[in-house]
Write a protein that binds this ligand. Sequence first.
Ligand code: GRF
Length: 201
Amino acid sequence: MSKRKLAILISGGGSNMLALLDSMGADHPAEPVLVLSNDPQAAGLARAAARGIPVAAVDHRPFGGDRAAFEAALSAPIAASGADLICLAGFMRVLTEGFVSPWDGRMLNIHPSLLPKYKGLHTHARALAAGDTDHGCTVHGVTPLLDDGPILGQARLRVAAGDTPDTLAARVLKLEHQLYPAVLRRFAAGDETPVFLDAQD
Ligand code: GRF
């Protein structure tokens, strides 16, 4: 079976992108063909380039509110790369149905909460404010509804006494770096059985 060709979309440092890259060894059912950002200054671009991965950036700002035009520009490097699978990894732009639908079943995202709880932003502060004892992250298939697609994996931890949004985010991010590679390996091999991880700490 030929390898899946993976494009990873980022907006910032790309720590999840690095975890995915580092997980894709010779035996992996996917290979990275592009790291793409909406921010030409995203630190993750240099980190990917240092690993020999083709990179590109399409600055969303000149497009203003014209999401369709931005997404058409974003699609060009993806098409040129030959990618047949997309991982959103810290990608902070909302994608319209026009972009998402052709990638239905072929685009994943990682979200820092135990979906369906806390879709959207500020997930760690919201979990703390709710007094949740458990929290974590979710990898899901991307659909036109934000943070709403089929769950492909979750990693769970216990909220610690004294946790702040920052300390909780840091602990969840470590779980993200375990969960996303585990889900990608399984998904790229054609297995959509969800991955569930429980932190021991
Ligand atoms: C992470 O918390 C991830 O869950 C969210 O973006 C944050 C930064 O990710 N989607 P990264 O370090 O850029 O991968």
